[in-house]
Design a protein around this ligand. Sequence first.
Ligand code: GLN
Length: 226
Amino acid sequence: MAAKRAPGDPRGGAPSDDHHEAQRLRIGVLAAQGDFEAHLHMLNSLGARAHEVRTAEQLAKLDGLVIPGGESTAIIKALERDGLEPAIREHHGSGRPIFGTCAGMIVCDRNHLGLLDVTTRRNAYGRQMQSFECELTVEGLGADPLRAIFIRAPAIESHGDSIEVLAARGDHPVVIREDGVLACAFHPELTDDSRLHALFMAIATRQRDERAQVDAHGSRRVGVGR
Ligand code: GLN
């Protein structure tokens, strides 16, 4: 039996190890600004090969991208400054998933990258409720509630029919999905419950399999580099 490896250990070795290594999802976490380290840690603990993304080159051919919480204005400025917007569009257009959390959800909305058919309102909970925690039942994550930490969180004010609402708090959806784009209004990386990241990795695995099938049948080339 192969020895158990610590997550993130790049050690090669026996053929089965190489196979295992090739199967690991390559997930990038946008590290322009904000809370990216806890995401890296969580993704690695689930068996992904997660790394920081600051340039378009680092974004190429990833199996998934996380856009973390932070300050949406700073993240958007950094995307423009570093020429990352076309790279994110290419990532999305080639059938690769994105997980936007808190400010990352704002970045994906109609008024910014336009990858989610939602309108968000920044800092929607006012001064009294800058930060709070609650328990959410999230569709697809089982009966156990998920503890959600909201920090100066945005609210989804309106959304199109293509948006699947996986969890809501009152009238406001707080976990949503539109095809390969998953988003939540809170910080899922700050608890030890990794189920949303696991869901994202399941989406990434499925999309990777779909791209491989398309490639194998040669009907359409996907993920073409520039
Ligand atoms: N208030 C931040 C914004 O508007 C989002 C906060 C967060 O990501 N925790 O960008």
